[in-house]
Write a protein that binds this ligand. Structure first.
Ligand SMILES: *[C@@H]1O[C@H](CO)[C@@H](O)[C@H](O)[C@H]1NC(C)=O
Ligand SMILES: *[C@@H]1O[C@H](CO)[C@@H](O)[C@H](O)[C@H]1NC(C)=O
Ligand SMILES: CC(=O)N[C@H]1CO[C@H](CO)[C@@H](O)[C@@H]1O
Length: 786
């Protein structure tokens, strides 16, 4: 049966050419020429990198080494030494180097020297015997000539029986050319005439910038180890990063990792054990601080061989990440148990949002990996985690007509919980307000000028800051995307098709909806922008491309595999409170040399910087333009070097409408009339330009009289109800005359978990089967009952 299915797929793969090339994502398709599953070892030579075998004359060995031969070694050869002080030296030109070899119970400890300095001690011991392991990697060397040296110390792990060290292969990352002309990358490549959207807007009004704008700084530091496709800050010190299954440098259990915890202070990364393929999942925190990561893609099979990546079907996955607030994250990991914890239906590119009862609403997606959505693959439903019995669903998905009407470009819908408990949803060119408690849709005016805002015509969206000053009136901002026709085939779309420069704003009151969307133009067009709320109430727009669409391997004029080109390298600030003509400014904002397009992210950190990472318009790790980007950049607003206020003490739990005392330290310059505000922020779960749950709420704040001096007490009132800020984790920043403190993590609400309806959950488990996609592939036409 399996062989038969394989043959059919193989024939399909051989028969189709450009039409099938649009099925680019990992979609469980067996590739021609591959029959036997091979292990997903860390050894991999990405396009654009170069491998040197242990037998290469360019590798210089000192001391006593012996050769071994096995089909399990790269080029069938391996060089081993147990000789203390034996060494291997290799000189290369590039930006990165990786060392591969065996690990087992007889291996010792080596030292790695880079350009003459010891950079790392490597313990080569493992209890299990493993081949083609990555023993050392460094990816952010300055472009140029480097010499790496591995020295056998003769020392060993206390469990080890020997002092072996070996060399199987070295892989050199050559480092692509840096992006050109960071100031105006768009002018360079677009054909005259094709850039109508780009030239519509007059040149930047530099006068809109403030005097201290020049103090913005951009620093590259740290590497993420897995591609930063999904990002969420989990604590003062850490962020979680989720990727798809691919040949990342970070290793776990002998194979490449696809999830990691990133230390925001030390830049260290720790691999997570993720079982299922998390490409392209969504996520949210629940009201008790547990994060769920939801949906994904089927089991991955390699491009050149049917590799055993060790992953399981992720399409129905609900991955649990329990709260992890300590600096030491050794015991934090992802938990999966699909027999009990999963969705009713498969979803790829779903959005996940926290509701006012602390549970998650899971919206839309495709029933399998692919590219643009269509009626065959669409999953036009919502479901909840934990499952609910609502509108007769008893744990099963609820149909949402809006997600049918918004085909094709409707994946990763943009959603926000509104202060009246309803939900704003934007997909493709449309928007609506969904009342999940009555299951009714209220359609909103169409987004102006034909702009599409969801995958693969990706824009970004935010709920602008909510404030008691205007009774928490919600206003939505949508920016970027594309006007490309979403019924066209991939080969009819060009990577040079200009992106949209439009931002659209609408106040979600009856009067605001009657007035409709107000359109304005960003200084540069962007598809795949990230919109990051800053504690001072402004919005930073960063990342993205000036042309093309999301995804890889689908369109005409791909760059490498990227469907997009003309990376936009300069961020722009948007001040929603400024007069219409003075809202955008790039003055003083540094440009990056690193393109960040498909699968890139940005988030505010508790410290107040913006963490920028990712970009990977590739099926698997690649080093050609536009390659897989592991480098992290840190954008620091001028307030990072100003004298900042500080939160000295605050309750760790803030109830709705509850009055709490806060002690803050004000900057020495802050007089009695200083503008002191307290904001509550959800830093969001970021992926594919969707900043799910991103939120900022001003709290009613009263300065206590007689405070004086630099420390003073504030009387702060928690958000009035769970619609204004759904219960769950938040960061509190005190902002004095526009300068924010560092954020302090608090729990809003009572910290309890969301409601659990055991009956609905049980019904989901009985009525639907696990791994529906994998079963359909095997030709198992299960009717859904287990
Ligand atoms: C819908 O998309 C899937 C996945 O990309 C593809 O296999 C299928 O042929 C498409 N269906 C139609 C009607 O275009
Ligand atoms: C939070 O609630 C969810 C859903 O019931 C549960 O899976 C999780 O373990 C809870 N977390 C904590 C820390 O209690
Ligand atoms: C690219 C692609 O598959 N497009 C299809 C999307 O779905 C509609 C039907 O809803 C088809 O007509 C398109 O061909």
């Amino acid at each position: 049966m399996a062989v038969h299915a394989f043959l059919v797929l193989w024939m399909l793969a051989v028969l189709c050419s450009s039409a099938c090339a649009s099925k680019s994502a990992w979609n469980g398709m067996i590739t021609p020429g591959s029959v036997k599953a091979t292990t997903f070892t860390p050894y991999y030579v990405p396009p654009g990198a170069k491998s040197y075998d242990s037998a290469s004359p360019l590798l210089h060995y000192q001391g006593h080494w012996t050769d071994s031969f096995s089909s399990g070694y790269v080029q069938k050869t391996l060089r081993t030494t147990s000789d203390s002080q034996a060494a291997m030296t290799f000189t290369f030109t590039g930006t990165g180097i990786e060392w591969f070899g065996n690990t087992d119970s007889r291996h010792g400890i080596a030292e790695v020297y880079m350009d003459g300095s010891m950079v790392q001690e490597v313990n080569l011991y493992s209890s299990k015997s493993m081949k083609q392991q990555r023993l050392f990697w460094s990816f952010d060397l300055p472009q140029g000539r480097h010499t790496v040296k591995f020295v056998n110390t003769g020392k060993k792990d206390e469990s080890s029986k020997g002092t072996r060290m070996d060399v199987d292969a070295l892989v050199v990352t050559l480092g692509g050319p840096l992006a050109v002309s960071p100031l105006n990358p768009l002018a360079q490549n677009l054909q005259p005439g094709s850039a109508q959207q780009l030239t519509e807007y007059p040149s930047l009004d530099l006068a809109a910038s403030s005097g201290s704008a020049s103090q913005w700084t951009l620093e590259q530091k740290g590497t993420t180890g897995v591609n930063a496709m999904q990002l969420a800050v989990i604590s003062d010190t850490h962020a979680i990063i989720m990727d798809k299954v691919e040949h990342n440098p970070l290793t776990v259990a002998g194979h490449p990792a696809w999830g990691a915890l990133y230390n925001l202070k030390t830049n260290a990364v720790k691999a997570l054990h993720v079982q299922s393929n998390s490409f392209c999942a969504g996520g949210t925190f629940l009201s008790n601080g547990t994060m769920i990561n939801v949906g994904g893609n089927p089991v991955v099979e390699d491009k050149t061989s049917a590799a055993d990546f060790g992953d399981v079907d992720g399409l129905q996955a609900v991955r649990i990440f329990e709260p992890c607030d300590e600096d030491n994250v050794d015991s934090c990991d992802i938990y999966e148990n699909h027999a009990r914890i999963r969705m009713a239906s498969p979803r790829w590119y779903n959005t996940v949002m926290r509701l006012q009862d602390g549970s998650a609403m899971i919206i839309g997606g495709s029933s399998k990996g692919g590219w643009i959505n269509n009626s065959t693959t669409n999953n036009p439903t919502i479901e909840f985690w934990p499952p609910k019995n609502i509108h007769g669903s008893n744990g099963l998905p609820i149909h949402l007509p809006f997600l049918v009407d918004t085909l094709n470009s409707n994946l990763f819908p943009i959603t926000f919980l509104l202060p009246d408990g309803t939900i704003f949803v934007a997909a493709n060119q449309d928007a609506m307000i969904y009342n999940w408690q009555t299951n009714t849709e209220r359609r909103l005016p169409r987004i102006p000028n034909g702009v599409r805002v969801t995958y693969p015509m990706t824009g970004t969206g935010l709920l602008l800051p909510l404030s008691p000053a205007n009774n928490y009136t919600p206003e939505i901002l949508l920016c970027g995307g594309s006007t490309v026709d979403d019924t066209q085939a991939g080969y009819d779309i060009s990577s040079q098709a200009p992106a949209s420069a439009q931002c659209s704003r609408m106040v979600l009151t009856d009067a605001g909806i009657a007035a409709g969307w107000a359109a304005e133009q960003m200084p540069a067009a962007r598809t795949m922008p990230d919109a990051v709320l800053l504690p001072d109430g402004r919005v930073l727009l960063v990342n993205g491309a000036g042309s093309g669409i999301s995804g890889y391997g689908n369109v005409r004029g791909q760059v490498g595999a990227s469907n997009a080109d003309n990376p936009v390298l300069t961020p722009v600030l948007y001040d929603p409170a400024a007069p219409r003509d003075a809202r955008f400014s790039s003055a003083g904002l540094p440009s990056s040399a690193i393109p960040r397009m498909y699968h890139s992210v940005a988030t505010l950190t508790p410290a107040g910087k913006i963490m920028i990472a990712g970009s990977n318009p590739n099926l698997d790790r690649s080093e050609v333009t536009y390659g897989t980007e592991y480098r992290v950049e840190w954008l620091s607003p001028p307030y990072m070097v100003a004298e900042r206020p500080a939160v000295k003490s605050v309750e760790r739990k803030i109830g709705f409408g509850e009055k709490v005392k806060m002690e803050v330290k004000l900057p020495s310059t802050a007089g009695p009339d200083a503008d002191v505000q307290v904001v509550l922020m959800d830093l969001g779960f970021v992926t594919h330009a969707v900043h799910a749950n991103s939120r900022m709420v001003y709290l009613e704040t009263v300065r206590m009289p007689g405070g004086g001096g630099q420390t003073e007490a504030l009387d702060v009132t928690g958000p009035p109800n769970a619609n204004v800020y759904p219960p769950g984790p938040a960061w509190v920043y005190v902002v004095v005359s526009g300068v924010p403190s560092e954020g302090t993590k608090v729990m809003v609400g009572d910290g309890r978990g969301p409601p659990v309806d055991e009956g609905a959950w049980q019904n989901l488990l009985t009525q639907t089967s696990v791994d529906q996609y994998e079963q359909s592939k095997k030709g198992d036409k299960s009717d859904g009952s287990e």
